[in-house]
Design a protein around this ligand. Sequence first.
Ligand SMILES: NC(=O)c1ccc[n+]([C@@H]2O[C@H](COP(=O)([O-])OP(=O)(O)OC[C@H]3O[C@@H](n4cnc5c(N)ncnc54)[C@H](OP(=O)(O)O)[C@@H]3O)[C@@H](O)[C@H]2O)c1
Length: 247
Amino acid sequence: MNHAANPKDPLSGQRLVVIGGTSGVGLEVARAAAARGAHVRIAGRDRARADAACASLPGGAVAHALDGGDRSALDAFFGEAGPVDHLVLTLSGGEGAGEFASLDLRALRRGFEAKFWPQLETVQAALPALSSSASITFVTAVSARIARPGTTGLAAINGALEAMVGGLARELAPRRVNAVSPGVIDTAWWGQAPAAVRQAVFEEQVRTLPVGRVGRPEDVAQAVLYMATNGFTTGSIVECDGGLHLL
Ligand SMILES: NC(=O)c1ccc[n+]([C@@H]2O[C@H](COP(=O)([O-])OP(=O)(O)OC[C@H]3O[C@@H](n4cnc5c(N)ncnc54)[C@H](OP(=O)(O)O)[C@@H]3O)[C@@H](O)[C@H]2O)c1
């Protein structure tokens, strides 16, 4: 535990796991939770990246090399990591964007394989390890609901996850299940896009968003930890998008 943390903080002493926690949003969730006194485990597929990310966190965090699509590895991980108070799912791929008429549906299938299915595998594998008051927080994407041309495939992947949140919140009660739905956030995820596309998207966000800037992973991390710690919030999906859903 971080000894500077406030022992009365609702995260103090809590066991928090971030699958996809070695970069971007997940890493900032881990950083903020560790600073508030949580016992944090982060996981991603790449061992070196996981170790480097973990070394950047306040004391005591543990890194794991784990593929959220590998059920036997997940079962072994949660068998060892439990009990878990907060599960955060930030893993994803990047495929599935583009105009529908020319969208490569094999790429969209890979997009589902990289986000939808591993998030579900992870939650199912985690269930025996989750404490009765545990929270589960998905990180989806506001593309699920903004009807933006060029993002129908991403809408399908993230909308499928968001469609499950309410039902899971009832089935898994008293555990709480929520989602944070980000807009455009400046993370390594954008490294998959051509530099010119990234620049054009970011400039458009600055020009058009009510908040006048691109999102930061810390913005989303704050929303995730609200969902994780607010004991009266379940079955909810909150946008963290600078107002993108209003445009
Ligand atoms: N950035 C945005 O503009 C944006 C917008 C809307 C929604 N989102 C969503 O926000 C979430 C976080 O995205 P981000 O921007 O923080 O992305 P990121 O920086 O690329 O981080 C993704 C993380 O997931 C891990 N990961 C990927 N596949 C995995 C797997 N199969 N098993 C375990 N770990 C895996 C990655 O590590 P390894 O590669 O080493 O496995 C990495 O730690 C994602 O669900 C993304 O779809 C992002």
